[in-house]
Every structure is written in structure tokens, then in C-alpha cells.
Ligand binder design. Structure first.
Ligand SMILES: Cc1cc2nc3c(=O)[nH]c(=O)nc-3n(C[C@H](O)[C@H](O)[C@H](O)COP(=O)(O)OP(=O)(O)OC[C@H]3O[C@@H](n4cnc5c(N)ncnc54)[C@H](O)[C@@H]3O)c2cc1C
Length: 404
């Protein structure tokens, strides 16, 4: 057993510094422009692909870290640069995580490269679960998947809401209900290959924050995909459905499993935004003078900054713990994955709000990045499970009761 240590090893420090370099030299300077343009920053995705930050090899290496921390480190640094651009770069990993988590080795080899494209022609992927009538209540999903035995095809029909990269993705991973009466246990994940007829999307939705990142509703009108596009294969699905019908616990609920794996990473993204705002506000407070002294010399400002730093560090410890537990197959007895995302999301919202306050009028205008970080942070109490849903998970875990 190694000694307990919170020191990062050399590889982790190198990774963190490398991503930080890209974030500060390429991402941060471009943040305001792409936020204003509200367009996918393809040239920056391409630059990320060229240096090896956008691609499967990067993800595999990061996921391979036995401490589980590398993905968190990379996400915190990239989102420190700019969240809208960072989501445009890392949004694909949600779909890739679904294929990696539920797909067969053959599916992995076939589809993951198509999620990323290559450095000359980068592509993105989308993971489509949320529906107009099924957000927090994933079990009420209405998108149906019917199997056509004659052609060995799955036919998908329904509507998906708020899909990151929806419609511009090369590969869409879609969750659908195979047996609606089984709720979330009757669902499965499907690959929709590039150019498949019947898949359409709205225009990019106009958002409060993360405005560079593409978000759209996706329509599936009798979309036919080959039988081989069912993640994990038909045999595994049939077994899982049989267990669910007998009332046994299902081992892999496509959507929930993907979300559970990614929550600490999402928490790390929130941390990156919060840390950016904290650092900016700290510098500003040291330089801005009122009443003949830097504003940081007032306890009200200094204590606010002390609280911001304390909360960010506390959130990071929860994120790292959950990431370590996930990677080392520990049981989340108190919903620690959800806890980490809950805390980090709420801290990011609170810290960016305080940063705006510390900058005063300068915090409210676009000459400074703090107003953008304030807008960007808010999504972290909403997506990948709202704060209320994280509290449901934690409260059910600690009480053993079906809290509603
Ligand atoms: C920018 C953006 C990107 C996104 N990307 C993706 C994506 O790539 N793929 C994808 O599938 N989805 C994505 N989503 C969807 C996102 O995950 C959902 O918006 C989120 O899960 C919440 O669902 P909802 O919006 O339907 O809210 P609702 O579920 O309608 O919730 C509304 C409010 O009610 C509360 N509430 C609901 N149920 C309960 C309860 N039981 N107890 C207490 N409170 C409750 C919620 O916490 C919330 O405050 C994205 C959303 C956005 C805005």
C-alpha cells in the first residue's frame, strides 16, 4: 500500500502544465470572440487535434491514470481557459465515454475514430439522452427503438433536447427505450452513423453561457441503423431486459451509467471556471484602489477571496476523491460522484458571482472576462443532473430511503 499523498506525480504535473499552456496561449485569448460569435470554434478544435489534446489516444491515456485524476486535471485547466471553447473540444468525450462504457471492442474500433475525425478534418460527436418531456426524469424517455428482424435494423423515432453537438456531429449516440414498461432499465444506446437519413436538428440554440459550444434539439424520424449499432450488442441487451423483467437490478442503464462515470470530470470543469474567476478577482483586488488603498486591504474583500479559495479547494478534494473512487472501483456509498459535481457546480456559481462583485462595474461589462465566466458557470447546476438531482442521489444513498 503506498503512503497517502495528495502530491501529483510527474506525469500528472506534466499533463496539467501542458493543458494549461494550451489553455492560456490559445483558448483564453479566443474566449471572448467565440462567445460573441456563438459559433463552434473549429480552428481551435483543429489546433487541439494537432497537438494531440483532441482525440481518443489522449482520452485513453487520461482514463488510464490509476489514480483517476488526469481527466480532472485536464478538464480543470482547459475550462480555466474558456468554458465555451473547452466544451467544444471535450463535448465529444461524452459520446465516446458512452461507446467506451457500453460498446463492444469492435464498436469501439469502428466508431470512436469517426467521433474525432483527424487533425486535417476534425469531427465532433453528440450524446443525446435528454428529451423535451424527459430531463431529470430519464426513465420517462419516449424515443423508441424497434427491432426489424427481417433487415436486422433498429428503427429509432422520437425527439432529443439540448444535445451538445446535436446535428453537427459526425456520430450521434442516442439512447432510446426498447421496452418502455421497464423505465430506464428498458433503455439502450445506439450509434447513428454519419449521414443516416431521418436524423435532423434545430439550429444552434441561443444560450446564457457556453455560447461557443453547439447545443441543439435532435429529431429522429424512423431512423434506421444496422443491428450492429446497438451498443453492447443484442445478446447483452436481451439478457439485461430479461433480468429487468424478473425485477432484478439491471447492471447497465445506458444513460445513467454514462452520467455516473463522468460526474467528477464535469465537476472539474466547473472548478476551472471558478478558479479563473477567483484568480482574476484576486489580482484585480490587489491593483484596484479606492479610498487611497487597494480594495483587498478591506476585510470584506479579502475575506470574500479567502472564502472563494477555500470553497474551490474543498470542491477539488471532493472531485479528486470521487475520481479516485471511480477509477479504483470503490462503491459510492454516499453518492460521492454526485456529491462532487453538486459541490463544484454550486461553488463555481457562487465564486463567479463574488468575482463580479469584487470587480464592481468592471465585473458587469465585457471588457473583462468575469461576466462571461459568471454566465458560463450557471450550467453546472443544471446539466449532467441538476443540483436537486445530485441531492436526491446523495440523500437516497445516505438514507437508504426512496426520497422524492
Ligand atoms: C448547454 C446544455 C448542454 C446540454 N448537453 C446535453 C447533452 O449533450 N446530452 C443530453 O442528453 N442532455 C444535455 N443537456 C440537457 C441537460 O442534461 C438537462 O437540461 C438536465 O438534465 C435537466 O433537465 P431539464 O432541463 O429537462 O430540467 P427538468 O428536469 O425539467 O428540471 C426543472 C427543475 O425541476 C427540478 N426537479 C426535477 N425533478 C425534481 C425532483 N424529483 N426533485 C426536486 N427537483 C426536481 C430540477 O432540478 C430543475 O430545477 C444539456 C443542457 C444544456 C442547457
Amino acid at each position: 500500500m503506498p503512503e497517502f499523498s495528495l502530491d501529483l506525480n510527474e506525469e500528472q504535473r506534466d499533463l496539467r502544465d501542458w493543458v494549461h499552456g494550451f489553455a492560456s496561449e490559445v483558448v483564453r485569448p479566443a474566449g471572448a470572440e467565440w462567445d460573441e460569435r456563438e459559433e463552434t470554434p473549429w480552428p481551435i478544435i483543429q489546433e487541439a487535434a494537432k497537438i494531440g489534446l483532441y482525440g481518443f489516444e489522449f482520452l485513453i491515456n487520461a482514463w488510464g491514470d490509476p489514480t483517476g485524476l488526469s481527466m480532472c486535471l485536464a478538464n480543470e485547466e482547459l475550462f480555466w481557459g474558456d468554458a465555451g471553447i473547452a466544451m467544444s473540444i471535450f463535448g465529444t468525450s461524452l459520446a465516446v465515454a458512452a461507446i467506451y462504457g457500453s460498446g463492444t471492442p469492435d464498436q469501439l474500433v469502428e466508431w470512436v475514430p469517426q467521433c474525432f475525425g483527424d487533425a486535417d478534418d476534425p469531427k465532433v460527436a453528440a450524446f443525446c439522452t435528454t428529451e423535451p418531456g424527459a430531463g431529470s426524469d430519464v426513465g420517462s424517455m419516449r424515443t423508441r427503438a424497434r427491432y426489424d428482424e427481417a433487415t436486422d435494423e433498429w428503427i429509432l423515432s422520437g425527439q432529443k433536447a439540448f444535445a451538445t453537438n446535436g446535428g453537427i456531429a459526425n456520430v450521434h449516440v442516442v439512447t432510446a427505450s426498447v421496452e418502455p414498461e421497464l423505465g430506464s432499465r428498458g433503455q439502450a444506446g445506439f450509434i447513428v452513423p454519419p449521414g443516416t437519413p431521418g436524423l435532423a436538428a434545430t439550429k444552434k440554440l441561443k444560450k446564457l453561457g457556453l455560447r461557443a459550444s453547439h447545443t441543439a434539439d435532435v429529431f429522429l424520424d424512423d431512423v434506421r441503423v444496422p443491428g450492429s449499432c446497438l451498443l453492447g450488442g443484442k445478446e447483452a441487451l436481451d439478457e439485461r431486459l430479461a433480468r429487468a423483467r424478473e425485477g432484478q437490478r439491471a447492471s447497465g442503464q445506458a444513460a445513467m451509467r454514462t452520467f455516473e462515470l463522468s460526474r467528477p470530470t464535469v465537476g472539474a470543469q466547473a472548478l476551472g471556471i471558478g478558479r479563473a474567476a477567483y484568480e482574476y478577482a484576486l489580482e484585480y483586488a490587489k491593483n484596484r484602489e479606492q479610498f487611497g488603498r487597494p480594495i483587498i486591504d478591506n476585510q470584506a474583500i479579502a475575506f470574500a477571496l479567502a472564502d472563494m479559495r477555500t470553497e474551490l479547494d474543498a470542491a477539488r478534494l471532493l472531485v479528486w476523491r470521487a475520481a479516485w473512487m471511480g477509477r479504483n472501483n470503490r462503491t459510492f456509498e454516499a453518492g460521492e460522484g454526485s456529491m462532487s459535481k453538486l459541490k463544484a457546480g454550486e461553488v463555481a456559481v457562487a465564486v463567479t458571482e463574488k468575482a463580479v462583485q469584487i470587480l464592481g462595474g468592471a465585473g458587469f461589462v465585457r471588457d473583462h472576462p468575469v461576466e462571461r465566466w459568471y454566465r458560463d458557470a450557471k450550467i453546472y447546476t443544471i446539466f449532467e443532473g441538476t443540483s436537486e438531482i445530485q441531492r436526491l442521489v446523495v440523500s437516497r444513498a445516505i438514507s437508504g430511503r426512496y426520497i422524492r
